[in-house]
Ligand binder design. Sequence first.
Ligand code: NI
Length: 225
Amino acid sequence: MLLHVPDILSREQVAAIRQRLDDTAWADGRETVGSLGAQVKRNLQLPDQSPLKRELGETILAALARSPLFFNAALPLKILPPRFNCYVAGGEYGFHVDGAVMAFVRGEQMRSDVSCTLFLSDPEEYEGGELIIHDTYGEHEVNLAAGDAIVYPSTSLHRVTPVTRGARVAAFFWVQSMVRDESQRRLLFELDASIERLRASAADEAAILQLSGVYHNLLRRWAQT
Ligand code: NI
């Protein structure tokens, strides 16, 4: 499931983060990939040990915690602290699949189930730089407003096309979901969305309660914590 989660960050938050990032020293993005990734990755990244990366990452984690849509789509168990990248002057990232196991700076590991990109540049600020995600339904081209995020399965092949003008700045991170299986996660997401719609339409209370029970009992069956 590919999901657009709008307005994770406000315009003011985006502007404040961008100001900090515009004043900082970026490093070569190949620092955090294996040798295969290094062959196709040409971008800049905040160093993994950077205090700014940690500080801005905490702002984003706090914003994610306030988003029911993000929670329902990802059902997060663990979230790797966000990293930040910048594509300029022809920078691109060729087709790849994200690593299956990610390590926190403190050493703990997690499985990547859900990949997320949170855009920090508006589409008018640059040319190229589309995130192309290849899934069972074909290729999807994603280019969102600053402050919006795209959430997609970490199993997908994806790439970022060359940026030919301006700078494309984004945060990216991975989630280990309580529900590992993508199709189960999607069923839960759709069930939850339909329960919310029924609630908003003042439908039969007993039926809503019963459906809520089904949601939680499926989650109990599928969740690993
Ligand atoms: Ni990737």
